[in-house]
Design a protein. Structure first.
Length: 202
C-alpha cells in the first residue's frame, strides 16, 4: 500500500474535503437514473476510473435528488397534454388505460368526459407488493388474485372486503390504496373477459 510520510499527497481527481464534484456527480446520477444500484455504480466507477467511493457517499448523493424526483412524479399532469390530443383531431376516447400518474384520470375526464378510465392493475399490484413483507407476498397475492380476477365487479368487491378483513390490520396502506382507487381500478369489469385482458394493464 502506498504511503505519504510527509502528508503532502493531494488527490488529482477529488480534492481533500471536497463536497461538490461537478461532472462526477452528474455521471453518478445518470447511472442511478438508468436503474443501477449504489453497489453497481461503485463497482462501475472503480472499474472504469479507478475511483474508490464509499456506498455511503453515493447514497448521500442520490438521496439529494430523490425528493425532487418524488415531487416531479407526484405533480399533477397538466391537462394541456390531453388538450393537445384534442387539437390533433382526437374527438373521443372510449377507454384510457393509465398507470396511476397523479391527475391523469382527471385531466382525461375533463377534456373527454365520456371516457372510461382504467388504472393499470399491474402497476397497482407492484406498488402494493412494496409494502408487503416478503414472507407474506405469496399468500397475499393468492388472495389479491381473487379480487382482480373475479368474474364480476360485485364478486370482486366481496373479495376486496375479505382481503381487508384478512390483511387490513397488517397492511392498512395497501388496502386503503385499493379502496381509494377502486372506481378506476374496476372499470374493466364492465367489459367482456376478452376485452378485460387488453385493458387492465397499460
Amino acid at each position: 500500500m502506498p504511503r505519504d510520510r510527509e502528508g503532502e499527497f493531494e488527490p488529482l481527481l477529488i480534492a481533500r474535503h471536497q463536497r461538490e464534484f461537478g461532472d462526477l456527480e452528474g455521471k453518478i446520477l445518470s447511472l442511478y437514473a438508468r436503474g443501477m444500484s449504489v453497489r453497481d455504480i461503485r463497482e462501475h466507477l472503480q472499474d472504469l476510473y479507478g475511483l474508490e467511493l464509499s456506498a455511503a457517499f453515493i447514497s448521500r448523493l442520490t438521496d439529494r435528488v430523490l425528493q425532487e424526483v418524488k415531487d416531479w412524479q407526484q405533480c399533477p399532469l397538466e391537462s394541456v397534454y390531453v388538450t393537445e390530443l384534442q387539437s390533433r383531431g382526437v374527438e373521443d376516447i372510449l377507454i384510457a388505460c393509465v398507470d396511476g400518474l397523479k391527475g391523469f384520470p382527471e385531466a382525461i375526464e375533463s377534456i373527454f368526459p365520456q371516457t372510461r378510465v382504467q388504472l393499470c392493475v399491474i402497476h397497482q399490484i407492484r406498488n402494493s407488493l412494496r409494502y408487503i413483507s416478503y414472507k407474506d407476498q405469496r399468500e397475499f397475492m393468492k388472495d389479491l388474485r381473487r379480487v382482480y380476477q373475479a368474474p364480476t365487479k360485485a364478486v370482486a368487491e366481496e373479495e376486496l372486503v375479505q382481503l381487508e378483513k384478512k390483511w387490513g390490520q397488517r397492511y392498512p396502506i395497501v388496502i386503503r390504496s385499493w379502496k381509494s382507487k377502486w372506481e378506476h381500478l374496476s372499470t374493466y369489469f364492465e367489459y367482456s373477459p376478452e376485452i378485460r385482458k387488453l385493458i387492465y394493464t397499460t
